[in-house]
Design a protein. Structure first.
Length: 479
């Protein structure tokens, strides 16, 4: 026993100095060369600065201040409780857009998922995305498929302007375009035409977008809490619609339906489980939010520029009247007519360059990788933003000037104009939005002359651009 005690003492005496020597002289592994920047406050990081710049109507200030201070390529921050690398410029956009599933994957903040998704699907969202469902969605939204819906879109636009615009001398554009784009989405995506049913969906949807960028504190009365509660209502109502539609399909009552919901339930891989119903709901909710928020915002901003810039309005009017004169009385628009609206689309693109409907999107690093000499660790979140290219004189000379000719010919350099993102995860609804915007422009400018009631009405971001007074417009009927 004494032998073992002496042996233990000997080893301890020998081990401690050796261990101390190892700690002193060991070669420290160099820390990764992280992007320059700062994380800000504990937990909330720089989220308040990010949201504050948007609420003041200058979201690019948050980005520009940090690119000028840290790096023109990529900088570090902390948003929504996450370590974040913000990629800048065309090179940063190209790297992220082309790095999908190689360096990065799609990522939604937990706060956004809590608002939109069923809790049962949150963990597998994006990780177990039904590939056939996504490919079917892309098939539905491609130009060839959407051509068949142009007459419906045109007819609904005419009815909307006749009922909600024509009776008045002044209108608030923003709430009206929200109603219009949402009703159109309900019709095309779910074959819901009853205004009362549409309103039942639209009312809670109004409380969702403000909760996306708010502090995620789920306390009654906060924007986040209102969004979470609204999300519960939307999901339940949509689940009721899905189950009713499944029953109609099983009874042969919706055999020829062409809306997206019916086709998802009849032609995609429906395993009959509640989880599949929830996956369908997630897809439909994503499209409805885009229609309610970003598409309506785009149209509002376009109307703002049409009313602010008479010389631009005149060129759009001339192009659209040539199309209108080529139509028989009451004849609806078709695909060929849309293809003639070149200047109008250039004008719309310039509107979205100067006042983009969305600020960017998040991704998650799935491995350590290097960009511009800096290491982005696995698990970090990344963010690409329109604000490092859209008003950058390097890509758009005299960037504050409204100039639709920038989009003539080959248009802007690749990865500089990114209101719809890019790469494999480019917004699947881009062509749908293009049709909706052009059809609305055609009917609006051939019916009204526009004048802003508040010339310098401020626009803030919440998270999309919102006119503080709803964009008050004085209407002068042309007929």
């Amino acid at each position: 026993m004494e032998f073992y005690s002496q042996l233990f003492l000997y080893l301890a005496v020998l081990y401690i100095p050796l261990h101390l020597l190892f700690l002193v002289f060991r070669k420290k592994s160099p820390p990764p060369n992280l992007p320059p920047g700062k994380k800000g406050w504990p937990i909330i990081g720089e989220s308040l600065d990010f949201a504050g710049a948007a609420k003041c109507g200058c979201p690019e200030k948050f980005i520009n201040d940090r690119t000028s201070k840290y790096s023109l390529d990529v900088f570090r921050t902390s948003l929504l409780g996450e370590d974040m690398a913000v990629f800048c410029g065309a090179a940063g956009n190209k790297f992220l857009f082309s790095g999908q599933n190689k360096y990065i994957t799609t990522w939604w903040p937990t706060s956004m998922k809590k608002v939109i998704l069923f809790p049962e699907t949150m963990e597998k969202f994006n990780k177990d995305d039904p590939k056939k469902m996504r490919s079917f969605l892309l098939e539905f939204l491609k130009p060839e498929a959407l051509q068949h819906y142009i007459p419906i879109m045109d007819s609904m636009t005419r009815e909307h302007l006749e009922s909600d615009w024509s009776p008045y001398k002044e209108v608030k554009v923003f709430p009206l375009t929200k109603n219009y784009t949402f009703a159109l989405a309900c019709h095309l995506f779910m074959n819901i035409k009853d205004p009362q049913v549409v309103s039942k969906f639209a009312d809670p949807f109004a409380r969702v977008p403000p909760g996306f960028t708010s502090v995620p504190i789920n306390v009654p009365g906060t924007p986040f809490n209102k969004a979470v509660e609204a999300g519960k209502v939307i999901r339940q109502e949509l689940l009721n619609v899905i189950r009713q539609r499944k029953q109609e399909i099983s009874e042969g009552k919706a055999a020829n339906a062409r809306d997206l919901l019916s086709r998802l339930l009849t032609e995609a891989d429906d395993d009959g489980s509640v989880y599949y119903e929830m996956d369908v709901s997630n897809k439909i909710i994503g499209l409805l939010i885009a229609s309610y928020d970003t598409t309506s915002t785009s149209i509002t901003i376009i109307v703002n520029y049409l009313a602010s810039l008479p010389h631009i309005y005149e060129k759009v009017y001339k192009e659209q009247m040539e199309i209108a004169k080529s139509k028989a009385p009451g004849e609806l628009l078709n695909w060929d007519d849309i293809q003639k609206m070149k200047y109008s689309w250039n004008m719309a693109c310039e509107s979205m360059r100067l006042t983009p409907p969305a600020q960017g999107a998040f991704r998650e690093a799935i491995t350590d990788f290097t960009f511009a000499g800096y290491t982005i660790p696995k698990g970090w979140k990344t963010f690409w933003t329109v604000h490092t290219t859209h008003k950058n004189p390097k890509y758009f000379p005299n960037p504050e000037k409204f100039d639709p000719s920038r989009f003539e010919g080959n248009g802007p350099a690749p990865f500089t104009y990114v209101p719809f993102g890019g790469g494999p995860r480019m917004c699947p609804g881009k062509e749908y939005a293009r049709l909706e915007i052009l059809i609305f422009i055609h009917n609006l400018v051939t019916k009204f002359k526009l004048e802003k009631v508040i010339p310098n009405e401020k626009i803030i971001y919440n998270p999309s651009p919102v006119p503080t007074n709803g964009l008050l417009i004085h209407l002068r009927p042309l007929n």
